[in-house]
Design a protein around this ligand. Structure first.
Ligand code: NAD
Ligand code: ZN
Length: 342
C-alpha cells in the first residue's frame, strides 16, 4: 500500500510502499479514505527537537482519519465490515489507576498512532476495535477526518459551563476556530477570538458567529469596554501556544475566571502567578479528547446543527501531500484534507 512515512531522520516525509498491516484478534483493518494534516505532523515533517526525541524512524505518520472497516479481528463482534468510521488515535494501556477507573484520556501509558505507532497516512490502518468510532451517514468523510482536532476543541470548550458566559479564545488556528463554533453552539454570550494573522481571523468569522480581534491592532481592554462587559471574560481558552496571548488572556479575565489551556507553550514559559492568585483564576490543562465522552458529545452536536465544515479550506490527493503540507505551513489555511481513495 501507499504510505506517507518518516523514512529518514531529517526534514521531510516520503510517499513509500509499505505492507498492508496485519491485524490482531482485537483489531480492525480500516481502509483510509480521508486524512487531516495536523500541527503535530508539521513538527514531524520539520524534525524538530520534540519529533527527534519522540518519533521512531521509519514510521507511517498521521492520526486524523476517516475510512471504513474492511477486516475484523476474530474477537471483534460489535463492529461490521463496511462500517464507516473514524477513531481515537491515542492507544491507551489498561493497567494504570486512571484507565481502571474509566479515565482513559488520563492514562500515562498512552501511545499515539502516527507519533509512536504506525499511523493513518496510508491506504490502510490497523486500529484496536476499542478505538473505533462509527460514523453516522450524516457525517462526511471530510468531517470524519477532522474529528480528532474537533475533539480537542470540544474537550476544551466543554471544560467549563459556557451558557451565557463571555468567552475569550486566544489563537484562531483550526482548533481555536472550531472551539469558537462550539462555544456559540452551546450558548455562550460574547465569543471573542484573537490572532495576529488576518487570514485566520477572517476564517474564524466565516466559520462561527464570533468577534475576531487582531491583537496587534486592538487592545482587549477596548474590546471589553466596547462589549460593555463589567470586568472581563468569564472563560478563556488558550489555543495559540503563545506566551503573549496567555498574558493577554490572564489580564482580560474577570475575577474568578476560568481558563482551559490546550495550546502548548514553548518550553518553560513565565506566568504572572500573582495575577492568577489575586484574580482567583482556575487554570485547567487539557490534553487530547475524553475517551469516549468527547466523541459522543461532538457527534451529537454535529448531528444537531454544529457546522465546522468551512474550517476545511483545502483538499488534495494524497499524492500531492507536499502541496498539502506547504499550504498548512503557510498559515493561510484552515484544515487541509488529503484524499487516499485515488
Ligand atoms: P495553529 O498553530 O494552527 O494555531 C495557532 C494560532 O495562534 C495561529 O493562527 C497563530 O497565528 C496564533 N497566534 C500566534 N500568536 C498569537 C498571539 N499573540 N495572540 C493570538 N493568537 C496568536 O494551531 P492549532 O492546530 O489550531 O492548535 C492550537 C494549539 O493547540 C497549538 O499550540 C497546538 O500545539 C495545541 N494542541 C494541543 C493539544 C493538546 O492535546 N493539548 C492537541 C492539539 C493541539
Ligand atoms: Zn491532530
Amino acid at each position: 500500500m501507499k504510505a506517507l512515512c518518516k523514512s529518514e531522520p531529517r526534514e521531510g516525509l516520503w510517499m513509500s510502499r509499505a505492507p498492508v498491516p496485519e491485524i490482531g484478534p482485537d483489531d480492525v483493518l480500516i481502509k483510509v479514505n480521508k486524512t487531516g494534516i495536523c500541527g503535530t505532523d508539521i513538527h514531524i515533517w520539520n524534525w524538530d527537537e520534540w519529533a527527534q526525541k519522540t518519533v521512531p524512524v521509519p514510521l507511517i505518520t498521521g492520526h486524523e482519519f476517516a475510512g471504513e472497516i474492511v477486516e475484523l479481528g476474530r474477537n471483534v463482534t460489535e463492529l461490521s465490515i463496511g462500517q464507516r468510521c473514524s477513531g481515537e488515535g491515542h492507544l491507551i494501556g489498561k493497567t494504570s489507576r486512571q484507565s481502571r477507573s474509566g479515565k482513559f484520556h488520563l492514562d500515562p501509558a498512552t501511545r499515539g498512532i502516527g507519533v509512536n505507532e504506525q499511523g493513518a497516512f496510508a491506504q490502510y490502518l490497523r486500529l484496536p476495535a476499542f478505538n473505533v468510532v462509527p460514523l453516522p451517514d450524516t457525517i462526511s468523510d471530510d468531517i470524519g477526518a477532522i474529528l480528532d482536532p474537533l475533539g480537542n476543541a470540544v474537550h476544551t470548550a466543554l471544560s467549563f459551563d459556557l451558557v451565557g458566559e463571555d468567552v475569550l479564545i486566544t489563537g484562531a488556528g483550526p482548533i481555536g476556530i472550531m472551539a469558537a463554533a462550539v462555544a456559540r453552539h452551546v450558548g455562550a454570550r460574547h465569543v471573542v477570538i484573537t490572532d495576529v494573522n488576518p487570514a485566520r481571523l477572517e476564517l474564524a468569522a466565516k466559520v462561527a458567529d464570533v468577534m475576531p480581534v487582531d491583537v496587534r491592532q486592538e487592545d482587549l481592554a477596548d474590546v471589553i469596554a466596547r462589549l460593555k462587559m463589567k470586568q472581563g471574560f468569564d472563560i478563556g481558552m488558550e489555543m495559540s501556544g503563545n506566551q503573549t496571548a496567555l498574558d493577554q488572556m490572564v489580564e482580560a479575565m474577570t475575577m474568578g475566571g476560568r481558563i482551559a489551556m490546550l495550546g502548548i507553550p514553548p518550553g518553560k514559559s513565565p506566568v504572572d502567578w500573582s495575577r492568577i492568585v489575586f484574580k482567583a483564576i482556575t487554570v485547567k490543562g487539557v490534553y487530547g479528547r475524553e475517551i469516549f465522552e468527547t466523541w459522543y458529545k461532538m457527534i451529537a452536536m454535529l448531528e444537531n446543527g454544529l457546522d465546522v465544515s468551512a474550517v476545511i479550506t483545502h483538499r488534495f490527493d494524497a499524492d500531492d501531500f507536499e502541496t498539502g503540507f506547504s499550504t498548512m505551513r503557510s498559515g493561510a489555511s484552515g484544515k487541509v484534507v488529503l484524499d487516499w481513495t485515488g
